[in-house]
Design a binder for this molecule. Structure first.
Ligand code: NAP
Length: 361
């Protein structure tokens, strides 16, 4: 099942908003006879890929699949029917399919006399987390990523190096930019760093929409984001009154192709980000990568919207009175996530990279 999870991950960036699914067929002696994964939305499911590789050898095989095989006609025929037709003898699946339209595959397989078992290991839960979260809440999966110094700062202060982490870490981030649907940041980051937030130097599987929380419309009209607006869309989130107050700037930006959306204030006068993220979910966005400063991070934590934190830590020490931390304005302790669990630690170049799941976002 862990090997099937690793196969499934190869579809990241191509398969969404469908789930990432991997599938392995073994013969009665336990030897692997076929592998498959769902590589792109609209393309064949993992089970169909593996069955095609196995051909006649699929008969009497055991199928390991990270998600319950589907039982519905979508863009492709039901996998449960294909497995029955191939006369496999046993199906071991990871998570149940939370999608009511597609579920019931396990029952259909069992009714056809196939031995069906569920094996939901931790790796399967981590793999399927984003898909299950979106089906259950309508929200995209939100990963916030920050690069910090050894003493916990996301900025180095005046005169410090522009980049905190090394080239290999940055490459990893660019790869992820080319796999998510949305890059989200705040105006503080845009004004300080002028990032263009596109994937560079990697093979991008999709071009992310770039969304900026810019409540007062302070964005410079010469920023890099606007120079590349034809390559990947740019969306600005502003206070409602800004639409009228800055109508000329708004018209110029809209003429360039920038989407500008007003968002209502909460009781504290801040924008409430949940409606924005629900809309992104309705527009088919599955994964949001946040590369912002403490302002946007703080708001996302306060609204319990963060699902995953990706920390890149470098061996730089900034020292007293310089630099800032990655989260600002956290309403302690009520907004503290109840539990954050480390699911991966890697050394990348000279940096330490860790992934943390927020258990109840
Ligand atoms: N090392 C890293 O990984 C990394 C990554 C990105 C950025 N940075 C650094 O972070 C610094 C910028 O930090 P920052 O906190 O200013 O930037 P930010 O989070 O990008 O943007 C903050 C801005 O967004 C506003 N904002 C956020 N949520 C809001 C909400 N719900 N409603 C209304 N306004 C909201 C803030 O308003 P208020 O001012 O009213 O709070 C502030 O104007 C830069 O120095 C940049 O280099 C570091």
């Amino acid at each position: 099942m862990r090997a099937a999870v690793r196969l499934a991950a190869r579809g990241h960036g191509g398969a969404e908003p469908n789930p990432l699914v991997g599938c392995i067929l073994t013969n009665p002696t336990g030897a692997v006879i076929a592998r498959g994964w769902h590589d792109r939305c609209g393309g064949p499911h993992a089970e169909a890929v593996a069955l095609a590789v196995a051909g006649e050898r699929a008969k009497q095989s055991t199928v390991y699949c990270t998600l319950e095989p589907c039982a519905h006609h979508g863009r492709t025929p039901p996998c449960a029917d294909a497995l029955i037709a191939a006369q496999v003898s046993r199906v071991v699946y990871g998570s149940s399919d939370p999608n009511v339209i597609a579920s019931a595959g396990a029952a259909r397989l069992a009714a056809a006399g196939i031995v069906v078992e569920q094996l939901e290991c931790d790796e399967v839960r981590v793999l399927n987390g984003p898909f299950i979260h979106r089906i259950r809440t309508g929200l995209p999966w939100i990963t916030t990523k920050w690069a910090i110094t050894l003493d916990g700062r996301i900025t180095t202060g005046d005169g410090g190096p522009r980049w905190i982490t090394g080239e290999s870490s940055r490459k990893l981030v660019h790869r992820e930019r080319g796999r998510v649907d949305v890059m989200l940041t705040g105006i503080g980051t845009l004004l300080a760093d002028d990032p263009d937030l596109r994937p560079r130097g990697v093979r991008a599987r999709r071009m992310p929409r770039r969304v900026v929380i810019d409540k007062q419309l302070q964005m410079s009209e010469s920023c890099r984001l606007l120079k590349t607006v034809n390559d990947s869309p740019v969306e600005l989130i502003v206070f409602p009154e800004v639409i009228e107050q800055q109508s000329e700037k708004i018209s110029r930006l809209r003429a360039l192709g920038v989407r500008i959306e007003p968002l209502e204030r909460g009781d504290d006068g801040m924008l409430i980000l949940r409606p924005l993220l629900l809309r992104l979910g309705r527009e088919g966005m599955s994964n949001v990568l946040v590369e912002s400063g403490g302002g946007v991070n703080g708001e996302l934590f306060n609204e319990r919207l963060v699902n995953e934190v990706w920390v890149f830590q470098a061996g730089i020490v900034v020292g007293d009175g310089r630099g800032v931390g990655p989260i600002r304005g956290l309403a302690m302790p009520a907004a503290l996530p109840p539990s954050t669990r480390c699911v991966a630690i890697d050394r990348v170049g000279d940096d330490l990279v860790s992934r943390w799941l927020v258990e109840r976002a």
